[in-house]
Ligand binder design. Structure first.
Ligand SMILES: [Zn+2]
Ligand SMILES: [Zn+2]
Ligand SMILES: [Zn+2]
Length: 382
């Protein structure tokens, strides 16, 4: 069993190998290959940082003068996270929405190349961005994890021409986490949070001993929840010192958190078992009553727009709070830009080639890995 454990622990948890052939010699959201001339990170979730903390990478970066490009907020997470801090001096910040020219030096395999990169907010978590790469011959959009409502897509200024038309994209690498017929629809984030706030308010008003424990599916991505709670209840969310180390520098972006546990009855909870005392609180909370609020997405299959955005049972509510696009949102995004080629991660994207105006009008969910296919606008697959 030991051997099996070891084998599993060495497996890559990354959903992407980092390779973007249209921009040769770079790696996005994967740091395992040590022969790249630039690395890019869309956001700081673990499945996108494979290899980022390895000593081999550090050594390579020091010796080769190669950098890791990311948003200012992702760089702040790197700085505030013990595991990541070792690569701090090799980080270069890309300002949000500002076109930046990057020189990719010549190597044994590649000629020198100048590329332009623009970061675009991805709506997934604190600091998450998409990268729009432009080489002399190709325009490539790498979405990373993203959540954009159908109404917001046309507002992405950098993905439109001066005339307001969707930009021509040669290849799109797109997040397909919920590109699955079981996840056709998700609620708007504001609807989910409003219903959670309603229940939290009701519970806290019943007794001054009533406290709230917030459970999130990832370390970052719930800042909107904290801010809305603060806005609607005038109460901040207590977070631990490591989260505070980051958020304290961005009080204007995340005003809804505090490190003062005496000022609030809501905390971000690290306690995975509700039977045990809250180690996440620096005081004895055994006499308090808790409402456990779990934010999740995966378990909300078959969600319909008319459905309630949460489920309630005893001292717990489960709130549907996806930080990735639903199937319909992904399909809308892909169809809107109608990129010449689309590659999906972690699920394969296969266009339904019953085409209309060269735009894919649907898709087939591929459970198995097929070769990359694309719609050529004539009703066939190539
Ligand atoms: Zn993520
Ligand atoms: Zn991810
Ligand atoms: Zn707790």
């Amino acid at each position: 069993m030991r051997t099996r454990y070891k084998a599993l622990s060495q497996m890559s948890i990354s959903s992407f190998d980092g390779v973007v052939p249209e921009v040769p010699g770079i790696s996005v959201d994967n740091f395992e290959s040590l022969n790249k001339r630039a690395y890019f990170l869309t956001h700081c979730h673990r499945d996108h940082t494979q290899g980022l903390t390895s000593q081999q990478l550090q050594k390579y970066l020091e010796e080769s003068d190669v950098f890791i490009y990311m948003s200012e907020l992702s760089a702040a997470i790197v700085e505030a996270t013990n595991d990541f801090v070792c690569i701090k001096s090799h980080v270069k910040i890309l300002k949000l929405g500002v076109k930046q020219l990057i020189k990719l030096p010549a190597t044994d395999h590649h000629r020198e190349l100048y590329i332009e990169v623009i970061t675009i907010p991805a709506g997934h978590c604190f600091g998450s961005v998409m990268f729009l790469f432009q080489t002399p011959t190709k325009t490539v959009l790498f979405t990373g994890d993203f959540r954009l409502s159908v109404n917001d897509v046309s507002k992405l200024g950098h993905l439109h021409t001066k005339e307001g038309d969707p930009m021509t994209i040669d290849k799109m690498y797109v997040d397909t986490t919920f590109l699955n017929e079981n996840y056709e629809e998700f609620p708007k984030r504001s609807d989910s949070v409003d219903s959670a706030v309603y229940e939290i308010k009701k519970f806290m008003e019943t007794s001054s001993d009533n406290n709230v424990a917030l459970h999130t599916s990832a370390r970052f991505g719930y800042e909107y929840v904290f801010n809305e709670l603060f806005k609607q209840l005038n109460m901040k969310v207590y977070v631990n010192e490591s989260d505070w180390a980051l958020y304290r520098s961005y009080k204007d972006l995340v005003p809804g958190v505090t490190n003062d546990y005496t000022s609030t009855r809501i905390h971000k909870c690290w306690n995975r078992n509700e039977k045990y005392a809250h180690k996440c609180l620096p005081f004895d909370s055994s006499t308090k009553k808790f409402l456990y609020v779990h934010f999740s997405a995966m378990k909300w299959d078959q969600f319909g727009v008319e459905d309630l955005t949460y489920q309630k049972s005893n001292n717990r509510i489960d709130v549907c709070f996806p930080t990735h696009c639903s199937k319909n949102e992904v399909i809308y995004f892909i169809s809107y830009f109608a990129a010449k080629e689309v590659k999906g991660f972690p699920n394969e994207y296969v266009a339904d080639c019953n085409c209309n105006n060269k735009k894919p009008v649907g898709f087939k969910f591929a459970k198995k890995k097929f070769g990359l296919r694309r719609c050529n606008g004539k009703g066939s697959i190539n």
